[in-house]
Write a protein that binds this ligand. Structure first.
Ligand code: RAM
Length: 529
């Protein structure tokens, strides 16, 4: 089971106005920064390039931009010098004879060069092509200042003149990108990372997080531009070790708390415009992450007011999830409420799902204790049952690995989540991860930094620090080698063009769940110094 479009028209929503008011009271004011392009770049021809992540520096000088007037079929690419999220404007004039026809212009905004190499019209994937950051505009009268209303997430802006007339050309000047985020790099304290590779990974993680921090923690400022629970959990963790913007986490927790189904199910994501709207998409593990995100937040902030307000919602959410656990302590998943774990469909997620319930229930019990819930002993019994079942029915002593009950399948995600859930003690977890390295490394077939995050964290937790650092460098470091300014939603080192959507033009190249090295480095490497 994996993520696909869900349409659940019969869901009845329960809006809690009191909680939603608290969410709205914490809307941040966005910080604006003016960015001027730093250069002009060009495509590299197919026979000259080794991958689609590089462009060549142009001979053209950005300081003389207005001299490079463009006629029919001509284009140039502005380079902002880094990845930003915000609004673009540019002044345009006509040069030559009088303007005897409108200017027909295409603007394309790209986070990485591969979006420029891909022809938009060839896209035939399953997600909407409306995500492609591209505009076609007519300007009847020049000079004019073109101020585009849409927000873009990009480093490159391509200006392509579709047509002028043989009598005149279009000349461009004063391109300006006004970048937006709810946080500023000035809020960071100096990090003391000596290892150059890790420092670079840390910096790109922080930039990724910054660009995703808007009026909510967005999953991707290019796509899907909304608040997903699974992404929020990881962004909040990275935020605690970096910007430490507690209001934005609080806002997002209240948004989920204020919009759930009448039975108490928490949606996988919510929209905030034109009005607060929950999406009719439900992922079993994402619903549970409301509880773990609340736990992390209360632990970090001691905000007992939030605990008071949101604990009843967390309790309903765990109760609903535990209804899926049978009398032997086995999680029985359903098609209507699938567990996500990763984009890949090539492995069975049942055992990882079981571990996520244990991981969450442990944290819920701590919340129940903080809240002084008198009824929490039932949860302890349930936890024991889930753990006993996992140890007895799901752990294969000979293979030293967790299996999937029905098929005996041994997969990476099962080991990783069972280690994160601390089903066994640290000694045994270390042996499980050492065996995991033997059996499943080098990793193939995993395309999300989301899953890689969990693998690295499991390695750190199982005292395999060297391997954890190696994997971080091999995976996130490889994106940097390819030129990443921010970390990508999907990346398969063994298949650079991989996209879950049928074309890289739809991939998000600044994605929430990829920002976690800032947390991993902060928690497991810097905190110990
Ligand atoms: C995609 C996005 C999002 C993620 C979901 C499950 O739509 O990448 O960030 O959480 O999948």
């Amino acid at each position: 089971m994996a993520f696909t479009f869900q349409i659940n028209n019969d869901v009845v929503w329960d809006y809690d106005e009191n909680l939603l008011e608290r969410a709205e009271a914490n809307i941040p004011e966005l910080i604006e920064t003016k960015v001027c392009p730093t250069g002009i770049v060009e495509r590299i021809s197919a026979d000259q390039r080794t991958n689609e992540f590089t462009l060549a520096k142009s001979q053209k000088n950005i300081l003389h931009l207005s001299d490079y007037a463009l006629g029919r079929g001509e284009s140039l690419i502005l380079d902002l010098g880094d990845h930003y999220v915000g609004h673009f404007s540019i002044e345009i004039n006509s040069v030559g004879s009088p303007m005897d026809a409108p200017l027909y212009l295409r603007l394309k905004f790209a986070e990485v060069p591969s979006e420029l190499y891909a022809a938009s019209e060839d896209y035939d994937g399953w997600l909407s092509r409306s995500w492609i950051q591209e505009e076609h505009v007519h300007l009847d009268v020049l000079p004019a200042k073109l101020q585009l209303p849409r927000r873009y997430s990009c480093r490159y802006v391509e200006l392509s003149v579709i047509d002028t007339s043989p009598k005149w050309k279009a000349s461009f000047s004063n391109p300006l990108f006004v970048a937006e985020s709810s946080v500023s790099m000035n809020q960071l304290s100096d990090s003391t990372i000596e290892d150059a590779e890790l420092k670079a990974i840390y910096n790109v993680s922080v930039k990724t997080l910054q660009d995703c921090m808007q009026t909510v923690f967005e999953d991707g400022p290019k796509r899907d531009r909304r608040l997903w629970l699974g992404d929020l959990r990881l962004q909040a963790l990275a935020n605690y070790y970096t910007f430490n913007d507690l209001f934005l986490v609080k806002r997002c927790l209240y948004l989920f708390g204020g919009m759930r189904t009448t039975e108490g199910k928490i949606p996988a994501n919510v929209f905030t415009a034109p009005e607060l709207t929950p999406d009719d998409t439900f992922l079993f593990d994402y619903s549970l992450f409301f509880i773990t995100t609340l736990y992390d937040y209360v632990q970090h902030t001691s905000d007992y007011d939030a605990l008071e307000n949101l604990y009843p919602i967390a309790k309903k959410a765990i109760d609903l999830a535990l209804e899926q656990v049978d009398s032997e302590g086995r999680l029985v998943l359903s098609e209507e409420w699938p567990v996500f774990v990763d984009w890949s469909n090539d492995f069975d997620k049942a055992t990882a799902g079981q571990a996520i319930v244990i991981y969450t229930l442990k944290r819920f019990i701590k919340l129940a204790e903080m809240y002084n819930d008198q009824q929490h002993s039932n949860y302890h019994q349930m936890l024991e049952k889930l753990i006993d079942f996992s140890k007895q029915a799901l752990f294969d002593n000979k293979r030293k690995q967790f299996v999937v009950e029905e098929t005996n399948e041994v997969n990476l995600a099962s080991q990783v989540w069972m280690v994160l859930a601390e089903v066994f003690d640290s000694n045994k977890n270390k042996k499980i991860m050492q065996e995991t390295i033997k059996q499943h490394f080098p990793i193939t077939g995993i395309a999300t930094p989301y899953m890689y995050h969990h693998i690295v964290e499991a390695l750190f937790m199982a005292d395999c620090q060297e391997e954890a650092i190696r994997l971080m460098k091999d995976y996130w470091g490889k994106m940097i080698d390819l030129g990443a300014d921010t970390f990508w939603e999907a990346f398969k080192p063994e298949d650079l063009d991989f996209s879950p959507y049928g074309s890289p033009i739809l991939n998000s190249y600044c994605h929430a769940w990829s920002c976690t090295p800032a947390y991993l480095i902060g928690k497991y490497l810097l905190a110990n110094e």
